[in-house]
Ligand binder design. Structure first.
Ligand SMILES: C[S@@+](CC[C@H](N)C(=O)[O-])C[C@H]1O[C@@H](n2cnc3c(N)ncnc32)[C@H](O)[C@@H]1O
Length: 249
């Protein structure tokens, strides 16, 4: 494994190249599971929020989770979308979410530096759908500190990521699909590209959300870890305690 695949510039360029096909490719290649998992991620956020609620979507991509978020929270005041890929933001605004443009603030930035973009205690909710795998363990730890920084005391978070379903009897089939069949399909249909195939490598390295869970706890947040569909995705959700103290974390 080379460390280079975790450099922000490498990741940004990878997703710039993927952005146009990302939406359809992720839905088709996962047999629709990504949609279900985005919905499940949003469902882990409790419903009782005020009308001017602010949600931060970390590693927002083309905003695939926003329809689920706006359905669960119709009176949501604002979504602040953070993504490092310029092209993902462009596609989100131009192609997909023009009708909701007034409610969405786009920030093209590295989520590991969120504290330079957003003030402390900024958000009522923080979420991420499939944005964790391109961080190594140290970067995940930094990300959890950023989440603790931007959430208001009492604010909730929900993070979900594709994971390696260790212990599942069908894991060899799942790995064969991710490691061999998907790259082959991509080479044939996307004319030799292998960008989406990197997702298999990132997912294998990521393993699951257990490091995030531990790091979130160390950052002083309350966390629940959950496996989705035999562990093919895992989530870490919870809240920043009302009596949160950064010093205690
Ligand atoms: C697999 S996509 C997920 C997009 C979307 N959340 C979804 O549900 O489909 C991962 C996204 O994370 C973004 N990303 C990766 N590393 C990032 C970083 N350090 N800071 C901000 N965004 C990042 C990528 O540009 C990409 O848009």
């Amino acid at each position: 494994m080379t460390k280079d695949i975790y450099y922000p510039a490498y990741v940004a360029a990878l997703f710039d190249r993927c952005s146009t096909n990302y939406r359809n490719w992720s839905a088709v290649s996962s047999f629709g599971f990504v949609r279900r998992w985005r919905r499940e991620c949003v469902a882990l956020l409790p419903k009782n929020h005020a009308a001017d609620t602010v949600a931060v979507d970390l590693m927002a991509g083309t905003g695939e989770v926003w329809p689920h978020l706006l359905k669960r929270f119709p009176t949501l005041g604002r979504i602040t979308a953070i993504d490092i890929s310029h092209q993902m933001h462009i596609d989100a605004v131009n192609r997909l979410h023009k009708h909701n443009a007034k409610r969405i603030t786009h920030i093209e930035a590295n989520a590991l530096n969120t504290d330079t973009e957003l003030p402390a205690d900024y958000a009522d909710m923080g979420l991420s759908t499939f944005g964790l795998k391109t961080f190594d363990a140290d970067q995940q730890t930094i990300l959890t500190q950023q989440i603790a920084h931007i959430l208001k005391p009492g604010g909730h978070f929900s993070l979900i990521e594709a994971s390696d379903p260790t212990g599942w009897s069908l894991r060899p089939v799942y790995r064969l699909y991710l490691d061999k069949i998907l790259p082959l399909i991509e080479r044939v249909f996307l004319r030799g590209a292998n960008d989406f195939s990197m997702i298999g490598t990132y997912t294998r390295n990521f393993s699951d959300c257990s490091h995030m869970r531990d790091a979130l706890e160390n950052a002083g947040l309350e966390v629940t870890f959950k496996r989705h569909f035999f562990g093919c995705a895992t989530s870490a959700s919870g809240k920043k305690p009302i009596a949160y103290s950064a010093d205690a974390a």
